[in-house]
Write a protein that binds this ligand. Structure first.
Ligand code: ZN
Ligand code: FE
Length: 239
């Protein structure tokens, strides 16, 4: 594994977004996923001498792109967004489509389109490094709301996530773990116990609770557990 992932909590106490500074440790190439807020990202990068080359955008919402302009000015990084959501941004440099790959140093990511939260929401999937950046589509124990898409589109998008390998770890766009935690406490399965154990371990180490394996998420996230499309659509429309 040569992809290093540093979660940076942004808009703390307001939106509690996660930006991620990601580095290919072999080449030193660095990028930011969802530059929510410039200052904490700059602080992290500058203290380590990192100079991000790209900002990888999951979707166009302000709380995910608020730091783009300042970081672009400071580091000259290029903004990479889905062609669909790029129309909402004034400063996208590179647009990508479903299924395309994008290279950061020696590392390659695949773009997975997941309409629902926004029409052009994408996931950044680093298959070799088993990391998935899910923006506002998948959170710990929850999923994003529908701002632009339909419950059916969200269903399709979540099926794409469910089809990915269990050992892929995912990195959500917000710290929303608390929202699903009570459900986890009421869940008597071994998977729920393992999920809680991982959260506790990370808490003890002072690490943010991100990077949960998809296999556990599939077993514990109430939205991913639904296998019937009609049930999901009813449930989702009500939630
Ligand atoms: Zn959003
Ligand atoms: Fe958001």
């Amino acid at each position: 594994m040569s992809l290093e992932i540093a979660p940076i909590l942004c808009l703390k106490g307001m939106m509690d977004n996660y930006a991620y500074v990601i580095t290919d440790t072999q080449s030193g190439a660095c990028a930011v996923v969802d530059a929510s807020e410039a200052a904490p990202i700059e602080e992290y990068c500058d203290s380590r001498g990192l100079k991000p080359e790209f900002i990888l955008v999951t979707h166009h919402h302000d709380d995910h792109v608020g730091g783009n302009a300042a970081l672009k000015q400071k580091y000259g990084c290029k903004i990479v967004a889905s062609a669909v959501d790029a129309v909402h941004l004034d400063d996208a440099d590179i647009t990508v489509h479903d299924g395309e790959t994008f290279n950061l140093g020696q590392i390659s990511a695949t773009v997975i389109a997941v309409a629902g939260h926004t029409n052009g929401h994408i996931l950044w999937y680093f298959e070799q490094d088993k990391a998935l950046f899910t923006g506002d589509t998948l959170f710990n124990l929850s999923v994003g709301g529908l701002f632009e898409g339909t419950p059916w589109q969200m269903w399709q998008s979540l099926q794409k996530i469910k089809s990915l390998p269990d050992d892929v770890c995912f990195y959500p766009g917000h710290e929303y773990t608390r929202a699903g935690f009570a459900g986890l406490l009421r869940n008597p399965t071994p998977a729920a116990a393992e999920y809680r154990h991982i959260l506790e371990q990370k808490m003890q180490k002072g690490e943010p609770p991100v990077g949960i394996p998809l296999g556990l998420e599939k077993k514990c996230n109430p939205y991913l557990k639904i296998d019937d499309e009609n049930v999901f659509i009813r449930y989702f429309a009500g939630g």
